[in-house]
Design a binder for this molecule. Structure first.
Ligand SMILES: Cc1cc2nc3c(=O)[nH]c(=O)nc-3n(C[C@H](O)[C@H](O)[C@H](O)COP(=O)(O)OP(=O)(O)OC[C@H]3O[C@@H](n4cnc5c(N)ncnc54)[C@H](O)[C@@H]3O)c2cc1C
Length: 323
């Protein structure tokens, strides 16, 4: 057994450490290579010990929430995936504020807020991420962003020390925060909600959920909007106008229902998904001079199919709303 594996087992317990773990089942794209090590710490002490073990071995680690914004390369991730699971799936309400763990799903948190007639999380409820992932991404929808409700967060740094960050210190912007660059792991956050009318809260949640079902290809695995919205444009509209609706690389496809989504039609490999994303970026840049940044996080090594510059269909010019 290698030294790091021994250390990880010591830190987190044998039953919480796996090796060569396929990442496909852990991400909503349902495609992914293996992680050399996959650890599910059972609390803060174990998490801190895992982080220290990684540092001592100089092996990188990466924190996983619900995997709804992540693509792991076919050739795998040569490091430690730390999954923030059950121990962080709690929420405690006090008046209009809620303290919740990084592992709780936004859908669950929104339901709990609704049960208490608290408004503020209706739009968050349809985002299939964990609270930790939502903070990292400053996730948002229908005019809402996490930064509207976050008061502060408890995080662990790369040395395994816990600290508290204010909303300002989190530096939440459009689909970004300071968390990845600082190497923080989100442990929990405090959110501020407002008293509301329970019927209205439910009506709003149902309305937004219906809008999602109508506009988004929820019947296929994906990671939601694949590209960030370039300033002044909609990613989906640019992709549509570039003639890329339905464009495929293997089983990876630009959704015909919503061009801003890249979907897995069944057996797409991470390499095919990334190749398709790169093709889309190149075509949009060539045609409109607009750079589209990936919103989806990529991790590990990819085996990309050859670029075929003529594979993308010619622009159709059919207009489409939204993005
Ligand atoms: C069908 C569908 C619809 C979607 N709709 C939306 C939408 O409307 N709005 C939107 O903003 N997003 C949307 N998304 C994308 C995704 O749900 C969000 O980005 C979400 O916030 C990711 O959370 P997660 O827990 O799944 O994070 P993951 O995918 O697990 O991780 C994302 C990033 O966060 C980091 N991370 C996760 N947890 C922690 C932690 N505890 N500490 C430190 N780092 C952490 C990871 O390292 C990674 O860099 C959608 C995705 C899908 C599949």
């Amino acid at each position: 057994m290698d030294r790091l594996l021994e250390e990880l087992i010591l830190a987190a317990g044998r039953e919480n450490v796996k090796t060569k773990e396929p990442m496909g089942p852990h991400v909503t794209f349902r495609a992914g290579g293996t992680a050399d090590y996959f650890v599910t710490p059972d609390g803060e002490t174990a998490l801190s010990a895992v982080v220290r073990a990684c540092n001592a071995s100089q092996v990188p680690y990466y924190v996983l929430g619900n995997g709804s914004n992540l693509l792991v390369g076919d050739l795998g991730y040569h490091g430690v995936i730390i999954r923030m699971g059950e121990p962080w799936a709690f929420c405690q309400f006090q008046g209009n504020t809620v303290r919740a763990g990084a592992g709780i799903l936004l859908s669950k948190l929104a339901r709990e807020a609704y049960r208490r007639s608290l408004t503020g999380l209706e739009a968050a409820g349809g985002i299939p991420g964990s609270l930790g992932g939502a903070l990292v991404m400053n996730a948002g929808a229908y005019g809402f962003e996490m930064k509207d409700v976050v008061l502060r967060a408890r995080v662990m740094d790369r040395e395994g020390e816990v600290k508290e960050l204010s909303l300002e210190e989190l530096k939440l912007g459009y689909r970004r925060s300071c968390i990845p660059e600082m190497g923080y792991t989100v442990l929990e956050a405090e959110l501020s909600l407002s008293p509301g009318n329970q019927e209205e809260i439910l009506a709003k949640m149902e309305e937004l959920s219906a809008r999602r079902k109508e506009k988004q290809p929820l019947e296929y695995p994906s990671a939601g909007s694949t590209f960030k919205r370039p300033e002044g444009y909609f990613a989906g509209k640019l992709i549509q106008d570039a003639g890329l609706r339905g464009y495929r690389v293997g089983d990876a496809q630009v959704s015909e229902k919503h061009c801003g989504f890249v979907i897995n039609r069944g057996q797409a490999t991470p390499g095919e998904i990334l190749r398709l994303c790169r093709d889309v970026q190149r075509r949009v840049k060539e045609q409109f001079g607009v750079s589209m940044e990936l919103e989806v996080r990529t991790l590990g090594e990819f085996s990309l199919p050859e670029e075929e510059t003529d594979r993308a269909p010619e622009p159709s010019g059919t207009p489409e709303n939204g993005g």
